[in-house]
Design a protein around this ligand. Structure first.
Ligand code: RTP
Ligand code: MG
Length: 156
């Protein structure tokens, strides 16, 4: 479980397609909050891999919109390590809904970089079990998430 010492915890963070152009600012906020970045990978969801990652939300009213959004461009997945990392990262994210984040936590990442209820800049695991599952999807051996190879909209 612990990459560095007994008090450290791992979480899975993900910069979503609406925010990866702000990756520099978001990584600064991650380091300022005392996290170490243990792994980082840019990748793009397909409908199938989004269905694996967001399986718990299948059937919910926002699911089709969520899949359209996360497959629209690349995401950046990170393994973050810190004491109490899961809660600390979700605290830094702020409320799920960007409008609520702006009202209740104006310094939060979602308040600064999100745009609505679904396009909310970043993801964070909600429990040790989901952190293990999500880190496995992105970084496990035989990961279904390939590293990008000009999968993004690069025009160079
Ligand atoms: P996340 O999983 O991304 O860290 O966010 P969360 O735990 O705060 O929210 P969750 O309930 O797990 O929802 C997953 C993602 O689905 C989109 N969503 N849209 N009403 C809506 O339009 C709505 N509700 C949720 C968001 O992108 C949310 O982060
Ligand atoms: Mg969630």
């Amino acid at each position: 479980q612990n990459a560095f010492d007994a008090s450290s915890e791992k979480t899975f963070a993900m910069i979503k397609p609406d925010a990866y152009l702000n990756i520099g600012k978001i990584i600064s906020l991650i380091f300022q909050a005392g996290f170490k970045i243990n792994k980082m990978k840019m990748s793009r969801f397909t409908e199938d891999t989004a269905g694996i990652f967001y399986g718990e939300h299948k059937g919910k009213h926002f699911y089709p919109n969520l899949v359209d959004f996360v497959t629209s461009d690349v995401c950046v997945g990170l393994e973050l390590v810190r004491e109490n990392a899961i809660l600390a990262w979700r605290e830094l994210l702020g409320p799920t809904n960007t409008q609520r984040a702006k009202e209740e936590a104006p310094e939060s990442i979602r308040a600064q970089f999100g745009s609505d209820g679904t396009r909310n800049a970043c993801h964070g695991s909600d429990s040790p079990a989901s952190a293990e599952r999500e880190l496995g999807i992105f970084f496990g051996s035989g990961s279904v998430m390939p590293s990008t190879s000009l999968q993004n909209n690069c025009t160079c």
